[in-house]
Design a protein around this ligand. Structure first.
Ligand code: 9WN
Length: 422
């Protein structure tokens, strides 16, 4: 018998709670035993439906580990664990509580604003926002200072892990240019917890780790890493999240009388949105990545270019993206595949090379809702719930068959269900 909404909500809360480590939440035990940046911010959205104070604490814990330069790391290694590679002994960033030295999609500004808008405990929310605002704004400053040195309005990622879409087809050509000489031997842990056929390849891991070694050899000086990295890609989805976060932060800052933060973040958002135009591909009717190291567009029809709708786009662009999603829907059973199933490199089960992810669905649906395409938003939400009904709270799903993949009882998947059903 299919579960009703109350039963699903109860199960989702159970999963988020079992992954709760007090002041932060792990994505899923075993596979991911630490705090991940964008996982935490999206998890807080779900937590707020049953414990507002805990939701604020989730984001505050993340931001407490911000680097003095403004960067917010992609993983905080709160506790020792031997179930994840690469751990703190590989990163060696020298932080008091160990962290990685790269970042992840800047969801925090959006999450903070959404929690603030919905908060029932206004005093608690205002206190937390007063703490978070300057920190998140400093992260945005860091992005535009260090990752857009030529002031194009768009930031680049310097490692595939920063995108959150680790082994996307988008990175294949750029990653192939990353050398592997001098690579220290290592043993992966991910393939002990998850099916190796559903994970990145060894050749990709070699390059992920080479980049870590390279940045480490430069002393994790984040002001230098962009220019020193052989991997520099402008991802429209990553930029869209940052742009929306700047806009949302500016709204909250205006409300609280923080005029300077408001103006600065609004300017980032406006410049970013204008610059996104350079990533538009009229033939495909979606945005594409740009390989900054060789100054070429990346001809890879991935979900990164659809996620752009989250930035808040002009109506004509949104209409094109809706058409694109319709095309994808005609090629799979469950929206939104992370890569176009019609593309030769599409792989239905391999991580970010085809599978559907509930967090990405959530962000895309939110973008369509913002643009008053409620019907498309509801359709995507409905597909997310169909995936849950078919296959439970998995990390990701085959978009054709709904087969569950990766880690089970996954925190952010559960958090997104709480968002959809509340
Ligand atoms: C590397 C935690 C993270 C997500 C990413 C997802 C995956 C890590 C990994 O898991 O990445 O950061 O080891 O595979 O790709 O989006 O934040 O859930």
């Amino acid at each position: 018998m299919p579960e009703n909404a109350d039963q699903l909500i109860a199960r989702a809360i159970e999963i988020v709670t079992e992954n709760d480590r007090g002041s932060y939440t792990v994505p899923t035990k075993g596979l991911y035993p630490y705090q991940w940046n964008w996982d935490s911010c999206l998890t807080a959205l779900g937590q707020a439906h049953f414990d507002e104070a805990r939701a604020w604490a989730e984001i505050e814990t993340l931001m407490a580990h911000q680097w003095p330069c403004g960067m917010v790391p992609h993983i905080i290694f709160h506790e020792e664990s031997d179930s994840y590679f690469p751990g703190p002994d590989v990163w060696r960033t020298g932080r008091p509580v160990p962290t990685t030295g790269i970042t992840q999609p800047a969801v925090a500004g959006f999450a903070m604003a959404r929690l603030f808008a919905r908060a029932k405990d206004r005093a608690l929310a205002t206190r937390s926002v007063r703490k978070l605002l300057p920190r998140i704004s400093a992260w945005h400053d860091w992005f535009y200072r260090t990752r857009d040195p030529e002031a194009t309005g768009l930031v680049a990622i310097i490692h595939p892990w920063e995108s959150g879409r680790d082994n996307s087809i988008d990175w294949d050509a750029a990653l192939a240019r990353v050398p592997t000489d001098g690579l220290e031997p290592f043993t992966r842990q991910d393939i002990l917890h998850a099916n190796p056929d559903h994970r990145p390849t060894q050749a990709q891991y070699d390059r992920y780790i080479w980049l870590v070694q390279h940045f480490r050899s430069l002393g994790w000086d984040t002001e230098r890493l962009h220019d020193a990295s052989p991997f520099r890609v402008v991802d429209p989805g990553f930029n869209a999240i940052l742009i929306r976060a700047c806009d949302e932060l500016a709204n909250v800052a205006e409300e609280l009388g923080e005029a300077e933060l408001a103006v600065r973040n609004r300017t980032y958002a406006q410049r970013g949105r204008a610059a996104l135009n350079s990533l538009w591909n009229a033939d495909l009717g979606q945005y594409l990545c740009f390989d900054r190291a060789i100054s070429e567009q990346v001809n890879s029809p991935s979900v990164g270019g659809i996620l752009t709708v989250f930035a808040g786009l002009p109506k004509t662009r949104v209409a094109h993206l809706a058409t694109r999603v319709e095309e994808l829907a005609s090629r799979c059973g469950y929206l939104v595949p992370s890569h176009d199933p019609a593309a030769a490199a599409f792989e239905a089960l391999r991580y970010w090379r085809g599978p559907a992810w509930l967090v990405v669905n959530y962000l895309i649906a939110d973008g369509f809702r913002l643009a008053e395409h409620a019907e498309m938003a509801e359709r995507i939400d409905a597909d997310s719930l169909r995936l849950i009904a078919e296959s439970g709270f998995a990390e990701y799903y085959d978009p054709i068959t709904a087969e569950p993949c990766g880690g089970g009882r996954f925190t952010w998947t559960a958090a997104m269900v709480l968002e959809i059903l509340n």
